[in-house]
Design a protein around this ligand. Structure first.
Ligand SMILES: C[S@@+](CC[C@H](N)C(=O)[O-])C[C@H]1O[C@@H](n2cnc3c(N)ncnc32)[C@H](O)[C@@H]1O
Length: 283
């Protein structure tokens, strides 16, 4: 009976299976890519695979985790499957909370994840004063032309780094002494490296930072041209951003993983062991 109901009602959802060495294989429901409203529950992309591949047993085992922006729950479920003992997750999208709840239940993890209301203005507010062993996020990170503040779950300022910057500002305050932060993001840069992410990491993080960069970059201009093709921004706004990019030495966009631990200040930028291809396309 319940199986029939689930089959019937999941027909128009996207059912995706993902796997990594630490998590094994598991399945989640998200919105289909064709659901293009502001409250879309984010479908799986190479960035979630990248995220799971970067979890290490040593750091995630028995960790109490905070996820900022749970979406479908894919990363929180992955963290628990990899050995974490509890996740507190924040989310501002009510539809995402429903999907995450369903996926948590379907994966047998109820009782291990607490979802709290996120705060759209002050992201840390719901858990200020608390510390976690492992803080994870796949935040809104798409560079978007000026004035285009409402784009799915992903608008994050002209460089796509506004949300990441807000996370980095208080990351230290919310980690336990041996805590670890892992954030996956797009980041603009030149042909050499995602220097904009490197700069904000240097500015806010006082411990050890490792930025792993997917070696396959795409052109920043081509990425923002997509907003015109999809009629989400005017040609004029996109050209304006291309000009700002040029003035700031930005030519490429990278997919990156930022790892952070407390300790002596150090910053390393390195290529990923695996190259994630076609990383704009859904899995
Ligand atoms: C790129 S999606 C990632 C979702 C999921 N973690 C994944 O990897 O598929 C970013 C998520 O952050 C959520 N979000 C945006 N602003 C937020 C805020 N201030 N506090 C908590 N979550 C937020 C969005 O609703 C969205 O679900």
């Amino acid at each position: 009976m319940i199986g029939e109901l689930i089959n019937q009602n999941l027909r128009d959802k996207r059912i995706s299976t993902i796997a990594s060495k630490l998590t094994g294989e598991y399945t989640v429901a998200t919105d289909p890519v064709s659901y293009q409203k502001l409250d879309q529950v984010f479908p799986l992309h190479p960035e979630q695979q990248f995220f799971l591949d970067e979890l290490t047993e040593e750091k995630i085992a028995s960790a109490r985790v905070l996820e900022i922006g749970i979406g479908s729950g894919v990363l929180s479920i992955g963290a628990l499957r990899a050995g974490a003992i509890h996740v507190t997750a924040l989310e501002i999208n009510p539809r995402a909370k429903n999907y995450a709840g369903f996926n948590i239940l379907a994966n047998g993890l109820e009782g291990k994840i607490e979802i709290r209301d996120g705060d759209a203005i002050d992201i840390w507010k719901p858990i200020r004063g608390l510390r976690f062993d492992y803080i994870i996020s796949n935040p809104p990170f798409e560079p978007t032309p000026q004035g285009m503040t409402q784009y799915l779950h992903s608008a994050a300022g002209i460089w796509g780094l506004d949300f990441v910057e807000a996370i980095l500002k208080e990351l230290d305050d919310h980690l336990t002494a041996k805590g670890h932060g892992q954030i996956v993001t797009f980041a603009p840069g030149n042909t050499q490296e995602p220097f904009m992410l490197v700069n904000i990491a240097r500015k806010y993080l006082k411990g050890e930072v490792i930025i792993k960069v997917n070696p396959i970059s795409i052109k920043f201009g081509e990425f923002i041209d997509r907003f015109v093709e999809r009629e989400q921004a005017t040609r004029e706004k996109v050209e304006e951003l291309k000009k700002i990019a040029q003035e700031n030495g930005v030519s490429d966009l990278y997919l990156c993983m930022l790892h952070y631990s407390k300790g002596n200040q150090a910053l390393t930028v390195t290529d990923t062991a695996i190259a994630y291809e076609a990383w704009l396309n859904p899995l």
